[in-house]
Design a protein. Structure first.
Ligand code: SAM
Length: 349
């Protein structure tokens, strides 16, 4: 095997590995060749459009790896980087105006000469917040030179008009939905819908769903959600209601229920979370159809688990996630995949 042949590198949130592998397995032309932490490498796919459509992946790059590809070597063989630049700009001229090189010693003469090459050859301007993100990094004995294939991470969806504080990462929303067995579902409820990330991901990925409803008690969040839904072209498909869980809104029964529960600093600061979660679990056990799936995401998983254990709901499995928030703190939330416990049938003779 030619060790420096181009590869696709996909980075994902810790804990979403099985979701990423499931998604990739749906494409016959994508082949995983190796894994490294929360990244995996694929054989280079000529058609980057397929890669750009992946929903469980946070970021995608084209990379070349070789034990020789240190900054000095790249500065003396600039066509290695040029090849990557031309591959991602091929059908995308004009999408990239600025660039940034992430590399140890970014002020060194070698890296400066690479930056000059990027400016002169491709007319790009060097900037801290850049469209084109180049990296030259060493992992073990191997150097990797790579470029992110899109100006924004894949996890930043086009339908997001504005980011709501406390909104869910869309790759996690995709994961939650993919754990609901939605291929066989007709009706879908999203409790605490916020800016509608879960609803939109469900509407876009599962056109078979006949009924998609969400509710939230915050007017501003409903209004932002409506804008996102409109941008996603799903205004006829998704219904949003302004309702409070404490009022036990009567919306019918559902094959799937999802929720990104309120927690932490930005949402429900003064709420008694335990009480809120209790109402939520009681509501779900009344509104989930038998054989249906309830999939819940929260950082306050101990509170949730305790309440579920005393309810008619059973936990089928959990996924533990870990990622860095925008304020550089680690969050370790969990996804709970649940169903209703089977009721005992007592036959009276
Ligand atoms: C973590 S956020 C959901 C974020 C959403 N998944 C998104 O991506 O934007 C939780 C939501 O619960 C809503 N909420 C809090 N308490 C509520 C209650 N008692 N009844 C209904 N909604 C409530 C908040 O307004 C907030 O939008």
């Amino acid at each position: 095997m030619n060790e420096s042949k181009l590869k696709i590198k996909l980075a994902f949130i810790t804990g979403l590995r099985e979701i990423v592998f499931n998604e990739i397995s749906q494409y016959a032309n994508l082949h995983v060749i190796k894994e490294e932490g929360d990244s995996l490498y694929l054989d280079f796919a000529q058609d980057l459009a397929v890669i750009k459509r992946l929903r469980s992946v946070s970021r995608a790059y084209i990379v070349a790896q070789n034990s020789k590809y240190n900054p000095l070597y790249i500065s003396n063989h600039k066509s290695i980087l040029g090849n990557l630049v031309e591959t991602i700009t091929d059908k995308n001229k004009g999408a990239f105006k600025t660039f940034k090189i992430t590399c140890a010693g970014s002020d060194s003469p070698e890296v400066r000469s690479i930056a000059e090459y990027m400016q002169k050859t491709y007319g790009l301007t060097e900037k801290e917040e850049a469209d084109m993100k180049v990296h030259i990094v060493k992992s073990g004995e191997i150097w990797e030179v790579g470029i992110q294939i899109t100006p924004r991470p894949l996890s930043v969806r086009d339908y997001k008009i504005k980011n709501m504080s406390g909104a869910m990462d869309s790759t996690i929303a995709y994961a939650v939905n993919s754990l609901c067995e939605l291929e066989n579902a007709n009706s879908y409820l999203n409790v605490f819908s916020g800016s509608a990330t879960l609803l939109i991901e469900a509407g876009q990925c599962y056109p078979n769903l006949k009924q998609l409803i969400g509710f939230d008690n915050n007017k501003k969040h409903i209004s932002l959600a409506m804008q996102n839904i409109k941008k996603a072209g799903l205004i006829k498909k998704i219904q949003l209601k302004e309702k409070d869980i404490f009022d036990k809104p009567d919306l019918g029964k559902f094959d799937a229920i999802t929720s990104d529960l309120p927690f932490g600093m930005t949402i429900s600061k003064n709420e008694d979370l335990e009480n809120l979660y209790r109402y939520f679990v009681e509501y779900c056990q009344e509104t989930l159809n038998h054989g249906g799936r309830l999939v819940v995401y929260t950082s306050e998983y101990e509170i949730l688990k305790k309440i579920i254990l005393g309810s008619k709901i059973k936990i089928v499995k959990t996924l533990e996630l870990k990622f860095m928030t925008s304020v550089n703190a680690y969050l370790r939330p969990k996804i709970f995949v649940c169903g209703l416990k089977k009721e005992l049938c007592i036959k009276v003779i």
